[in-house]
Design a protein around this ligand. Structure first.
Ligand code: AMP
Length: 210
């Protein structure tokens, strides 16, 4: 499945959070500032970071901040991206997964909760995947959008649109919790995930299979 490339001295923390974020830094310094503040506070609280293992963009910024604070960082990178995303050389551990799917499953396995900082398609895809896994009951782990300068407002609006249109339960839209400060985000990501009913709205209305 995956090979452990390196293993440093930092002991594995009791709580680990997976942070999804862009391989670019974005157009506003607010995004790097948020990534750095989040990483520093995770180290301070002895919360381990699980992330995609690269040193580019916001990914590198959050990892560097955790490491600078003496925290534990586990990177999981697919073999195909070791060069493209420049695997971070200073992590507590770095696993090379045989595929993107293996990588994402491993990140979800290691983490107790998920935080999405600003990012692009890769970040959205990872965020939506763990939301759907929660919705289906495959996992029950908190998912938090770190909403810097309203970055996630349009996506949250899209979730509300899907609720109004009858495709998503309001309870499931609420799985995407939102925080605007490091304290709020960490409080939500380390609390139990909201409990939810099953996914299939039509079953409740007797419409399925008729
Ligand atoms: P991005 O937000 O597009 O800068 O990508 C952030 C991270 O998402 C990168 O580490 C990508 O490797 C990862 N990622 C995960 N799944 C995908 C996917 N299906 N397409 C692109 N990137 C992905």
């Amino acid at each position: 499945m995956s090979d452990s490339l390196s293993s440093a001295a930092a002991s594995i923390p009791a709580t680990s959070l997976c942070v999804y974020c862009g391989t670019n830094v974005g157009s506003s310094p607010s995004y790097v500032a948020a990534a750095t503040a989040l990483g520093a506070e995770m180290a301070e609280r002895r919360i381990g970071l699980v992330y995609s293992g690269g040193r580019l963009g916001l990914m590198g910024a959050v990892a560097d901040a955790v490491l600078a604070g003496g925290g534990h960082v586990a990177g999981i990178i697919p073999q195909s991206l070791v060069r493209a995303e420049l695997a971070h050389p200073g992590l507590s551990s770095l696993e090379v997964a045989d595929s993107m799917h293996t990588r994402k499953a491993r990140m979800a396995e290691l983490a107790d909760g998920f935080i999405a900082l600003a990012g692009g398609f890769g970040t959205f895809e990872e965020l939506l995947e763990v939301l759907t896994w929660n919705q289906l009951g495959f996992i029950r782990k908190p998912v938090v959008l770190f909403d810097v300068d309203g970055f996630y407002a349009p996506l949250i609006q899209m979730f509300d649109t899907a609720v109004e249109a009858g495709f998503v339960r309001a309870d499931h839209a609420a799985l995407a919790q939102r925080g605007t400060t490091v304290d709020d985000v960490l409080a939500l990501a380390t609390a139990p995930a909201p409990s939810t009913p099953h996914k299939w709205i039509d079953l409740d209305q007797g419409l399925q299979g008729t």
